[in-house]
Design a binder for this molecule. Structure first.
Ligand SMILES: N[C@H](CCC[C@H](N)C(=O)O)C(=O)O
Length: 272
């Protein structure tokens, strides 16, 4: 329930704090259409010192597509909007309940509660250079950048098969590399076996995060394309595992936890 009260020049916005394996989110339920978010407000809410703090802000609104339960928009702390956010999609499935179909920029994502975990069908990965997008034609399975591989899960991902400790070092520069006209999320994957990898992601617009759901999907797709792993693979990140399954000629499934931490209200200066 979104609670809005306007006192002089400030407004109170109700929120729910959630996370998926430590990738944390502020969820704003705007199905009552009471909130008008600006980029300045998004950056303020996401700020871990001046606002509440999160890796992404998740805005829920009424669906516009046939078959959708809820429309979801994902915003990075720098104010940019992302077409996909796997960990947040599991949190939305928990928040809404009853296996909602999530409407995103990338289409409809079916969700399913499975015991204490949530499955999100994340869509078919886009492998063509134009769809990632890249700035020019390239073999997206073997890029000149550290021999990485790229795909889109509704957001651009470069996967490097390099030590995860290099994420903080190489991530910032590669996020803004000229090869990615919309920037990119940079995943560092250590292959442990044909069915297990360790992953750390430098996220576009957010920096180093503890987990990245779409990044885990992209890493399995990119590794499977190079026969480094099977299409069903466990991805271990800092606070736990995701199970990723890439169907033959089909969508990627992601299965993992979603936690609610607290609810509250943030007081925003209307001028923000
Ligand atoms: N930073 C990403 C969005 C969040 C992805 C991540 N938190 C996930 O769980 O997929 C981007 O700009 O594409």
């Amino acid at each position: 329930m979104t609670f809005i009260s306007a006192q002089s020049a400030s407004v109170k916005i109700a929120f729910t704090k959630m996370h998926g394996l430590g990738n944390d989110f502020i969820v704003l339920d705007n199905r009552s259409n009471m909130i008008t978010l600006t980029e300045v407000m998004i950056r303020h809410i996401c700020d871990r010192h001046l606002g509440i703090g999160c890796d992404q802000l998740v805005l829920l609104s009424n669906p516009t597509l046939e078959g959708a339960s809820v429309r979801v928009q994902f915003f990075n702390p720098d104010g940019s909007e992302a077409g996909a956010c796997g960990n947040a999609s599991r949190c939305v499935a928990k928040f809404i309940g009853h296996n909602p179909v999530i409407e995103t920029q990338n289409g409809l994502l079916p969700t399913f509660k499975e015991g204490e975990l949530y499955r999100v069908v994340m869509g078919v990965p886009k492998l063509a250079w134009q769809d990632i997008p890249l700035s020019h034609e390239a073999d997206t399975a073997h890029l000149p950048l550290y021999d990485g591989a790229a795909c889109s899960m509704g957001n651009p991902h470069l996967t490097l098969f390099r030590p995860i400790k290099e994420a903080a070092l190489l991530g910032p520069e590669l996020e803004h590399h000229a090869l990615f006209p919309q920037r990119a999320n940079i995943g560092f994957a250590e292959i442990l076996s044909p069915t297990h990898m360790r992953l750390r992601v430098w996220e576009r617009g957010a920096g180093l995060t503890l987990a990245c759901g779409s990044g885990a999907c992209a890493a399995v797709v990119n590794a499977a394309r190079r026969n480094l792993v099977k299409r069903k693979c466990t991805v271990t990140m800092e606070k736990g595992d995701l199970q990723i399954i890439w169907e033959e000629n089909g969508p990627v499934h992601m299965i993992g936890p979603a936690e609610t931490v607290f609810t509250g209200q943030i007081l925003m200066d209307q001028a923000v």
